[in-house]
Ligand binder design. Structure first.
Ligand SMILES: [Zn+2]
Ligand SMILES: [Zn+2]
Length: 230
């Protein structure tokens, strides 16, 4: 077995019974609110209900939740999780997601989590889909199921570094209903939550939610580890 590494800095100095090393305990910034009622981002103007982005742009999902701000240390943690094989970081994120928003998701009637898919090629290369690890762990914690209802159908360019307009184009038609599993289900869940690592512009979640709604899911929420500032 691997000795536990700190899920934030990646060092091997994490004491037993603690989820991070002592230096990292205060490095991550939790989203404390008030938050945008749509994307879950911390609001810069707390008299408002929606952030500047959501005010002008309707999206197909109902409401997204995120636990941490996407800042320096969270960026490192997530990069390790996605690109450096640090799968075990999931066991740091999941209890926080469950603790902070689990009850709320259940109250909203969410009975299944749907991981945002990555391409088959990327999945082979990486060996796992980070969103699936999160969705499966969180579903276990909440006593619901994780269902792979979507697939990525074209190898899109990485979203980082593109303008919002380019991102949108890049994502068009890149998600599709995956009938492999869906075709075997006796009944589709009515209310689901998409699960992803980072919420940036919301284009990914919007594109995924559109496909789910098109195929008969009634309501789609979102659950991410972290989200950027307004
Ligand atoms: Zn650390
Ligand atoms: Zn918003």
């Amino acid at each position: 077995m691997f000795p536990p590494r700190c899920p934030v800095c990646g060092e091997l100095k994490i004491p037993w019974e603690s989820s991070t090393c002592p230096e990292c305990a205060g490095k991550l910034r939790l989203i404390t609110g008030p938050v945008c009622m749509h994307c879950g981002r911390e609001l810069s103007d707390d008299r408002k209900e929606f952030c500047g982005r959501c005010e002008t742009r309707p999206m197909a999902f109902e409401r997204n939740f995120a636990v941490w701000q996407y800042e320096k240390w969270m960026k490192k943690s997530i990069a390790d999780f996605k690109y450096n094989g640090r799968k075990e970081n999931a066991s740091f994120y999941i209890p926080h997601m469950a603790h902070t928003y689990g009850k709320q998701l259940l109250r909203y009637g969410v009975t299944a989590l749907v991981p945002v898919p990555i391409s088959a090629k990327r999945r082979r290369f990486r060996g796992y889909n980070q969103a699936e690890l999160l969705a499966e762990g969180l579903a276990d914690a909440l006593g619901i199921v994780s269902l792979r209802l979507l697939k990525r159908i074209k190898n899109t360019l990485p979203q980082s570094g593109l303008t919002p307009e380019e991102r949108k184009r890049n994502l068009t038609d890149s998600f599709a209903w995956d009938n492999n599993l869906a075709g075997k289900l006796a009944e589709l869940p009515k209310t689901v939550a998409l699960v992803d690592d980072i919420f940036t512009t919301g284009s990914t979640m919007d594109a995924c939610a559109k496909v789910l709604l098109e195929y008969g899911i009634h309501t789609v929420y979102g659950m991410c580890i972290c989200i950027g500032n307004e």
